[in-house]
Design a protein around this ligand. Sequence first.
Ligand SMILES: CC(C)(COP(=O)(O)OP(=O)(O)OC[C@H]1O[C@@H](n2cnc3c(N)ncnc32)[C@H](O)[C@@H]1OP(=O)(O)O)[C@@H](O)C(=O)NCCC(=O)NCCS
Length: 171
Amino acid sequence: MYVRPAVAGDADFLWRILLEAYNWNGEQRFTAQQLAAEPHAARYLVGWPRRDDFGVIAQTDAGEPIGAAWARQLPESEPGYGFVAPDVPELSLGLLPEYRGRGYGRTLMEALIQVAAEGPSPIARLSLSVEDGNPALRLYTALGFTRVGRSGDSDTMVLDVRTCPTPLNSR
Ligand SMILES: CC(C)(COP(=O)(O)OP(=O)(O)OC[C@H]1O[C@@H](n2cnc3c(N)ncnc32)[C@H](O)[C@@H]1OP(=O)(O)O)[C@@H](O)C(=O)NCCC(=O)NCCS
């Protein structure tokens, strides 16, 4: 597995991964069509890539995409579930089911945080939303995200990229 930057041609795959994130518990709560028609969900990807969007794709050695993490700034008038402020990009993350539990999610998150910290326009903070019961919470906590609020059945979490206590800053 290797990680590369997400590009314009990855839009369809990112929609596939957004569906995985919405259906994280294995139930098909949303179909691809329902997701595309759901205004909140569409905010995370419509028009990908916008100027400030950034993301990373995990691929097999054969070049097949298997997972992604990306981040987008959203305005207060059209917030995501993990909205904190317009200048705090909200991230989305997911892997195809058969590739989970091998450390790839953590690798994707570390790569995304690195792009946020060192990319062309450095980002101070990243936010996300994680629904109650999603074991991804453990990953986010291990990476240094802290809970800053609630939205429905989900925690809103934030990482201060500048003081990120991940292995990234000790490399
Ligand atoms: C969330 C996701 C990307 C994590 O990727 P992953 O490759 O499965 O996770 P990793 O193997 O890198 O594990 C990293 C940590 O996450 C936690 N974790 C993630 N998924 C877990 C699970 N199903 N059960 C228990 N712990 C889990 C663990 O703390 C793990 O650390 P550890 O191995 O030291 O215990 C992946 O499970 C996934 O695609 N899930 C469905 C979509 C989703 O939930 N997206 C996030 C929405 S907020």
